[in-house]
Design a protein around this ligand. Sequence first.
Ligand SMILES: Nc1ncnc2c1ncn2[C@@H]1O[C@H](COP(=O)(O)OP(=O)(O)O)[C@@H](O)[C@H]1O
Ligand SMILES: [Mg+2]
Length: 279
Amino acid sequence: MVTKKEREAPPTPAQRVTLPEPAQAAAPPSADFALETVDLSVHYGPRPAIQHVEIGIRHRTVTAIIGPSGCGKSTLLRCFNRMNDLIPTCRIEGKVLFHGQNIYYPGVDATEIRYRIGMVFQKANPFPKPIYDNVAFGPRINGLHGNLDELVERSLRRAALWDEVKDRLKHSAFALSGGQQQRLCIARALAIEPEVLLMDEPASALDPTATARIEDLIRELAGEIPIVIVTHNMQQAARASDMTAFMLAGSLIEYSSTNDLFTNPKEERTEAYITGRFG
Ligand SMILES: Nc1ncnc2c1ncn2[C@@H]1O[C@H](COP(=O)(O)OP(=O)(O)O)[C@@H](O)[C@H]1O
Ligand SMILES: [Mg+2]
């Protein structure tokens, strides 16, 4: 066991902190969780956007974050890979532990964090490039040159897109449908082999058929990589996730297995939300 005191001790030296590689990941508590927050609060202005959030994201699990608009779902998700750092007014207190180490310690490289904890956004945002180059983009930035065919194919297969695009890899990504573009963005995120995948309402701009494909894909990927998905769609959380976190006004109200949360909620506010009494 790593004690609380050991966990909270700052790393030395202070300059650049090297996070452990997956193979040499620390002993518990990080063995239980891919990501873990400790008393996490975020302010953009005087009022907190999220407050005192404590949540552990399990390995090989789909975790859904649900709650009404503005409750802090995206803010929490962006804390997991330091995406909030890009918002100038944003102030973050507390910790996010990854391999047992706080990703907010001075000296941790936020860019490395964003490579290792990938993210897919609400609106598909392919680059104005061929399909192939979209997927090869991250690996090339990381210094991988030469023949990336295998990596591109593997990533497109993992994103359940290969069969639809294998004959037109040189075509513009913009020629794809909305659902295909979103799967391309997932392939692009997977191509740099992230250890966790974050998704912020990845299907909310898609029609029901394309949404179902994304949900199937999430289920398939869950065997390989932990996925955290923000959704305002309760049916989607119920269908696609193993664990569900319900947030309200910046607080984490309830966090349990998706089945328990939807069939036997412990909190009255959870029950009110899932039965449609507000939201
Ligand atoms: N970039 C930002 N600047 C200022 N306030 C923000 C910003 N992003 C979110 N907020 C505020 O933080 C709160 C939580 O927002 P958000 O995390 O986007 O909620 P959700 O994703 O659940 O809709 C809201 O009050 C929202 O207005
Ligand atoms: Mg949001």
